[in-house]
Design a protein. Structure first.
Length: 131
């Protein structure tokens, strides 16, 4: 009898998954950048010099900004905020896809660590804790 080799994931499929992760991240940054730039240019064309309003810093929660933009029908701000949300969510996608990669490599220790980091990131976003 010939010994049965252990089932290991194909190196090509792991390489393809790594390439997919990098392409998603590149595309996400490009996508977010397009939305941010579109929103900022639209605000600049509509309002002129927006930097004058930054002489006094008035922090507002993200949800309040979105509600105000919806009430005022400020599409430029909504587009810019959407780009910002996409940009902030990219690390979450990276950590989650890395956990999937570790699971496919059958490296459970690193997969558990990556999933722990993912849960911590999601929790910090939901609770407003700065990490």
């Amino acid at each position: 009898m010939t010994p049965t080799p252990q089932t290991k994931p194909d190196k090509d499929s792991l390489h393809d998954l790594e390439l997919t992760i990098s392409q998603i991240l590149r595309g996400g940054v490009l996508f977010a950048g397009i939305f941010l730039l579109t929103g900022w240019v639209w605000m600049w064309l509509r309002d002129g010099d927006n930097l004058q309003s930054f002489t006094v810093y008035e922090p507002r929660p993200f949800v309040e900004n979105i509600q105000w933009a919806l009430v005022m029908n400020d599409r430029a701000l909504l587009i810019a905020q959407f780009g910002l949300v996409v940009l902030v969510c990219l690390p979450l996608v990276r950590v989650l896809m890395t956990a999937i990669l570790f699971l496919k490599q059958k490296d459970k220790g690193l997969a558990v660590m990556a999933l722990t980091v993912f849960v911590a990131l999601v929790g910090s976003f939901l609770l407003g804790i700065d990490l």
